[in-house]
Design a protein around this ligand. Structure first.
Ligand code: FAD
Length: 279
């Protein structure tokens, strides 16, 4: 189908984009377009105005600053997958990026677009939650920072206001003890159960982010607490993984029943933690 007619703007700066967001009615930001354009073609989204942020150079970068990695929201999955800096300093992001869709999707799709879209089957949220990322948001009057745990509100809903742009993602430099394990939907590659783990061996502490299971991605805090300060034996990991859906409400749809999703969450949590622990 052909989308309904819309006004199109291509700002060169973040300020210009934020200004347009406030001036125009019924606006949508266009990043890589790999989620928004299909929604417009199906007429599930019918914005009157499109603000294309894909040419804003200040939104595409990967930098290290004070033991943190700063990533521009428009950075593509491909750039994240192929970044030497990330492979060395935050390998969970390279590994996650490599799991997304196919080459075409990775070449166009952006990390910011994926997070803002908040598809419950998207891959990025698992890693972003496990890494305790901070997200930088620009609005008409100020910039604000929000924790990843507060960003995802519900199915396809985030804490972003209609006149705000997600501009940057900040994650810590980590060791190599990380892993992302997913059970993918066969046709698209989207996650039916994706589990990201980060083990800080110096503190005997683990962080687990889970996507695909529930309406919104979540930190598996019951799993984390079960392992906090304990030696990570195979038995301890296996016991803790049983808590993977504690507090979550697994989805039931044509791709997987809620019981199957709960099973996959446990299995992938165990596998993800074992893999991270072996690295
Ligand atoms: P767009 O489609 O341009 O935008 C998505 C939404 O976010 C829109 O509502 C837009 O207004 C908003 N938005 C975009 N950027 C910002 C911003 N900076 N601030 C505020 N709002 C913003 N994803 C996976 O995770 N795993 C997969 O395996 C996977 N497989 C795919 C397979 C196919 C065939 C396709 C088409 C997509 C797949 N995707 C997958 C989705 C892909 O990763 C998209 O790129 C991503 O979801 C959206 O990113 P985008 O840059 O294309 O955003």
């Amino acid at each position: 189908m052909i989308p309904v007619a819309f006004e199109y703007f291509r700002p060169q700066t973040i300020n210009e984009a934020v200004g347009l967001l406030s001036q125009k009615e019924d606006v949508k930001i266009l990043a890589g377009g790999h989620s928004l354009v299909p929604a417009m073609k199906f007429r599930l989204a019918q914005p009157k105005t499109i603000i294309d942020i894909s040419r804003i150079a200040d939104l595409s970068y990967i930098r290290e600053t004070n033991s943190q990695i700063h990533i521009g929201a428009m950075t593509t999955h491909h750039l994240l997958e192929s970044s030497d800096l990330l492979r060395q300093k935050c390998p969970l992001l390279s590994e996650t990026a490599a799991n997304i869709g196919d080459v075409q999707v990775r070449n166009r799709g952006s990390i910011g677009g994926s997070l803002a879209h908040a598809d419950p089957a998207a891959d990025w949220p698992a890693a972003i939650l496990a890494l305790e990322a901070e997200l930088l948001i620009s609005g008409p009057n100020n910039q604000r920072t929000i924790k990843a745990t507060e960003f995802f509100v519900d199915i396809m809903q985030t804490a972003l206001q209609p006149n705000e742009i997600l501009t940057e993602i900040r994650v810590p430099v980590t060791s190599k003890s990380v892993a992302y394990v997913k059970f993918a939907q066969k046709a698209s590659g989207f996650a039916i159960a994706g589990v990201a783990s980060w083990i800080d061996k110096s503190k005997n502490s683990v962080r687990v982010g889970i996507t695909g299971i529930a309406a919104k991605p979540y930190r598996a805090t019951a799993v984390e607490q079960a392992l906090e300060g304990r030696p990570l034996s195979a038995d301890a990991i296996s016991q803790a993984a049983r808590k993977a859906v504690q507090g979550a409400d697994p989805l039931n749809d044509m791709h997987a029943s809620s019981a199957f999703r709960a099973h996959l969450a446990e299995v992938n949590t165990r596998r993800s933690l074992e893999l991270a622990n072996s690295r």
